[in-house]
Design a protein around this ligand. Sequence first.
Ligand code: GSH
Length: 258
Amino acid sequence: MTQPDKQLISLPGSPWSERASFAIYVAGLSEEVKIVPYVDFFELYLRYITGRWNFSEKVTVPVLRLADGSTINDSLDIAKWAAMKSNGKLKIPDNDRLQHVVRVTESILSASRFRGFNRVRESGVFDAQDLPSPLRLLPDSFNGFIVRFLFGSLLRKHSDPTWTMESALAQMRSGLKELESILKESGGEYFDKDEFTLADVIASSAMGFVAPLPNGHSRTGPNLGKCWVEPEVAEEFKDLVAWRDALYVARRGPLTLP
Ligand SMILES: N[C@@H](CCC(=O)N[C@@H](CS)C(=O)NCC(=O)O)C(=O)O
């Protein structure tokens, strides 16, 4: 068996990290890439490995670190990298179609993350497995403070200050409707007619904050898991969720990550 010589620094439970892992899996590159969980939220480490020291620029995960130390710092670019190395196992669809799916998916994800993070912050509960490791040493009474602090900073980093829970829900619903119509217009089983492509990997990530992934691929503790998803939205868009679940059963395979 090949020893992994590349690392995917990835946040368990994050749809952006999951889409990168999904692409790597489908491309047949799982043995080359070690998944390294980024649960410590240690931004300086991300800046160090990516060499991005301009503090006005956001650093995010996933990050793919290649054998020569260079990095790919965006989930779409990582997924494209995997597709290009996949020997045809993961096709890249025509650019307009891909960009359309990417744009709609990002709009859904940013709004649903805002809602999910607010729910976690309000719950005041962090499951031990999701806590940054040095903080696991603190007494449980600090838990509420840590959740509010961490998710408050993540919300400031990733959200539009004008959003409300209602406006974000409206954005999510309109994006999910658009995704439904792209799939319908494609006229096939996938976002590019009858061919499974990178567009499906991206589109499937749009439901990351709507309904839990099948086969144990949702990788958060029980509290985060509960706050992450939206049963009512999942019910409203049940065909899209069923499409995503079927895609996972057919293409994502069983969970093999650590
Ligand atoms: N455009 C980026 C967005 C990734 C992103 O938003 N990552 C979030 C996931 S919640 C993240 O890094 N969160 C942790 C942090 O900001 O420290 C991509 O596609 O990779």
